[in-house]
Design a protein around this ligand. Structure first.
Ligand SMILES: *Cc1c(COP(=O)(O)O)cnc(C)c1O
Length: 229
C-alpha cells in the first residue's frame, strides 16, 4: 500500500495554511529500505522523484527501474570513495557538507550529463552526531559549489533534531529559514530548501521548505534492527 495521496494532501493543506502556492513545494519520496516494486507502484501513481541514502542499495533499484523516467536524489552521508558512482547515477545530491566532497563530485560528473544539482547540508540544530556543515560555513561552501562547473547549486538541506519539543523544533526551522534568506539576499542562487520529513513536513512548509523528503508516511515503517534504518 503506497500512501502517496494522503501525503500530497498534507502538503497541499500545509501550503494553504501558510498562504503558499501548492506548486511551490515538491515531494521527494524517500525509498530507502523499500524495494523496486514499491517504487514502481509510487511511480504508477505519478511520483517521479525518489531519494536514497545508500549507494549500493540505490544502484540495484536504479538498474531494475531503468525503464522508468525517474529522477534520483542522493540524500545520505557522503564518503569520498562513493562520489564517482554518485556523480554518475544521480541528478541531485542533498548532503554536500564539505569542499573536498564537492570537488570530487564535480570532477566525476560525466561531461554528457547536465551539472549535478547540489544542496549544501547544514547542521542546523548543532548536533554533534549529525552531518552537515556549521551554519557559519554555509556561505563559503555555497560559493565553492558555484565555482565548480560540474555542479549546480540549488539550495540548502537540513535535518532538524528530532524532538517532541515544539518550541525547539520551531527554533531550528526559524534558524534554517533565516540562513536560507540571508544567503539569497547575498546573491546566492538558491531555489531549493530541502527540509521536512514524515513527522514534521507541515512545520517545514510553514518555514519555507520547497522540497519535503518523505519516506515512512508513503511507504510504511522501515524495519528496525538493520543497518538501513
Ligand atoms: C530517511 C530520511 C528521510 C525520510 O524520513 P521519514 O521520517 O521516513 O519520512 C528524509 N530525509 C533523510 C535525509 C532521510 O535519511
Amino acid at each position: 500500500m503506497i500512501n502517496l495521496r494522503p501525503v500530497l494532501q498534507r502538503i497541499e493543506k500545509a501550503c494553504e495554511a501558510s498562504g503558499r502556492n501548492a506548486e511551490s513545494v515538491g515531494l521527494l519520496a524517500v525509498s530507502k529500505t523499500f524495494d523496486a516494486g514499491a517504487i514502481r507502484q509510487a511511480a504508477a501513481l505519478g511520483q517521479c522523484r525518489f531519494g536514497e541514502n545508500y549507494l549500493q542499495e540505490a544502484r540495484v533499484k536504479q538498474t531494475e527501474l531503468a525503464d522508468l523516467p525517474l529522477e534520483w536524489h542522493f540524500i545520505g552521508p557522503l564518503q569520498s570513495n562513493k562520489t564517482r558512482e554518485i556523480a554518475e547515477h544521480f541528478s541531485w545530491v542533498h548532503s554536500v557538507d564539505r569542499e573536498r566532497i564537492a570537488r570530487r563530485l564535480h570532477e566525476a560528473r560525466p561531461a554528457h550529463l547536465p551539472p549535478l544539482n547540489v544542496c549544501v547540508q547544514v547542521n542546523i540544530s548543532g548536533e554533534a552526531s549529525k552531518s552537515g556543515c556549521n551554519p557559519e560555513q554555509a556561505q563559503a561552501l555555497c560559493e565553492f559549489v558555484c565555482s565548480q562547473p560540474g555542479l549546480k547549486l540549488r539550495g540548502l538541506m537540513a535535518i532538524p533534531a528530532a524532538t517532541t519539543d515544539v518550541a525547539r523544533a520551531r527554533a531550528s526551522y526559524e534558524r534554517l529559514a533565516g540562513l536560507f534568506n540571508e544567503l539569497k539576499s547575498q546573491g546566492m542562487p538558491l531555489d531549493t530548501l530541502s527540509a521536512g520529513m514524515s513527522g514534521d513536513l507541515e512545520l517545514a512548509i510553514a518555514h519555507g521548505a520547497t522540497l519535503v523528503r518523505v519516506g515512512s508516511a508513503i511507504f510504511g515503517n522501515r524495519k528496525t534492527g538493520t543497518a538501513h534504518q
